[in-house]
Design a protein around this ligand. Structure first.
Ligand code: ARG
Length: 453
């Protein structure tokens, strides 16, 4: 029997409470934490050097067994911590029972999660930067292409295609910053907090922090075992990143439709229909759009789990893992496929340009033209509004209107009105942050430089 318990736990209860099916993913972190802990115990003469040596050897070989698949993790042993500890005792004997001195599963799991999160954050940042690079490559390769810029999904003003793509580069830059911030707060060692109150042994937490690569140690044992802010922060940052990706996804879906026809996806990043042979579907983009919902759901799940929990550790917190792992896997895989999809897509510059030429997209430029001749902007806006109305009635484009038609709306229109083109419109927008080629060239260079840093 186990300690004070007289009965074995009910099978259904064991299954219900077990976490081994998902926390097995923490085995590397768990073993690394235990190795550092054993070394620290020996250094502080809490156990002997010989004992620590046996424990460290045992733990290293358990890691190999798990990696080779020769060690069966068992649901009866509840979680990854108990599985590894039981195997350690099997392998090195009684001395294995000393490992859990000056430690609790509460500070142990907090440690494992932080170690795992730190790696996940670094991987995520790396993948975000790879996608930024693919976007930048695409922008540079198409730096002269012109497309309509949209508001309300209505053609609004012409822009450079590169300018549009660099908008996503900026979003991802902020995402990288957010994950960096999150890393700073995750990089705190909780080990040494015990179950909640600290430990009654002369432990060396600075040594543990150094061994495990943490730059700070937690200040309050109760906070350290019960805080999962870092899991929530990752998920919040991931939700924002997925939101950004879902917007790019949506544009890719639109752009690859026959209605837009702005891009062509590589065959390797599209799929066919089982019944309609003509179709080439942007499934990757659609799925990314869809998976964004799940990532938001995971954020809400962990926020709700943590809400109103009394201090300190509560078993509820075991529920922090599956949604966290799912979000990490979803974000990282989405970033990976997006990088490939963006790197291999072809921009149909002739089509984007044609779309930018159509309609009355230069209306703002006509108003600005009148402003330069002294008309107040609001009035200029009105005059051009009437001009558009007139042109629509006549079924003519701005270019097709003759000078007397222009003059009938304002005597200030002259022959030079015909020199307003999509190019001149784009060139004119050269205030900082605008789409003028000069500004975009600077932005591309700045972006490249930031990636090389
Ligand atoms: N499996 C647990 C979790 O993930 C580990 C900590 C268990 N602590 C406890 N007192 N039962 O949260």
């Amino acid at each position: 029997m186990r300690g004070r318990f007289q009965k074995q736990v009910e099978k259904k209860v064991a299954e219900y409470t077990a976490s081994i099916l998902f926390d097995r993913r923490l085995y590397r972190q768990d073993i690394a934490g235990s190795i550092a802990h054993a070394k620290m115990l020996a250094k502080q003469a809490i156990i002997s050097d010989k004992e620590a040596e046996l424990i460290v050897m045992g733990l290293s070989s358990i890691r190999e067994e798990i990696e080779q698949g020769s060690f069966e993790l068992s649901a009866e042993l509840e979680d990854i911590h108990m599985n590894i500890e039981a195997r350690l005792i099997e392998k090195v004997g009684e001395v294995g029972r000393k490992l859990h001195t000056a430690r609790s599963r509460n500070d142990q799991i907090a440690l494992d999660m932080r170690l795992f999160a730190k790696e996940a954050i670094s991987d995520t940042i790396e993948k975000l930067i790879e996608l930024q690079k693919a976007l930048l490559d695409l922008a540079e390769a198409n730096k002269d292409e012109i497309m309509p810029g949209y508001t309300h999904l209505q053609r609004a003003q012409p822009v450079l295609f590169a300018h549009h793509l660099l908008a996503y580069f900026e979003m991802l830059r902020r995402d990288v910053e957010r994950f960096h911030d999150c890393l700073g707060r995750t990089d705190v060692l909780p080990l040494g907090s015990g179950a909640l109150a600290g430990v009654p042994y002369p432990i060396d937490r600075a040594f543990l922090a150094k061994e495990l690569g943490f730059s700070k140690t937690s200040q309050n044992s109760m906070d350290a075992v019960s805080d999962r802010d870092f899991v929530i922060e990752y998920q919040a940052a991931a939700s924002l990143a997925m939101m950004h990706l879902s917007r790019l996804a949506e544009e890719i879906v639109l752009w690859s439709s026959a209605e837009f026809d702005f891009i062509e996806l590589s065959d390797a990043y599209a799929t066919g229909s089982s019944i309609m042979p003509q179709k080439k579907n942007p499934d990757v983009a659609e799925l990314a759009r869809g998976k964004t919902g799940r990532v938001y759901g995971n954020l809400l799940a962990i926020l709700t789990t943590m809400k109103a929990l009394p201090l300190s550790y509560n078993r509820d917190m075991q529920e922090d893992k599956e949604c966290f792992f799912d979000t990490i896997d979803t974000l990282i895989s989405t970033l990976e496929v997006f990088t490939g999809m963006v790197a291999t897509m072809r921009v149909r510059g002739e089509k984007t340009r044609q779309a930018a030429e159509e309609g009355y997209i230069l209306a703002t430029d006509l108003a600005d033209y009148l402003v330069r001749k002294g008309v107040p902007f609001r009035e200029a806006h009105n005059i051009v509004g009437r001009l558009v109305q007139y042109a629509i009635e006549k079924g003519k484009s701005f270019k097709e209107l003759n000078i007397s038609e222009y003059e009938s709306l304002s005597p200030l229109f002259g022959e030079d009105v015909y020199s307003i083109t999509v190019e001149s419109s784009i060139e004119a927008r050269n205030a900082p942050g605008g789409t003028a080629p000069e500004r975009v060239k600077e932005a591309l260079e700045k972006a490249r430089k930031s990636l090389n840093e």
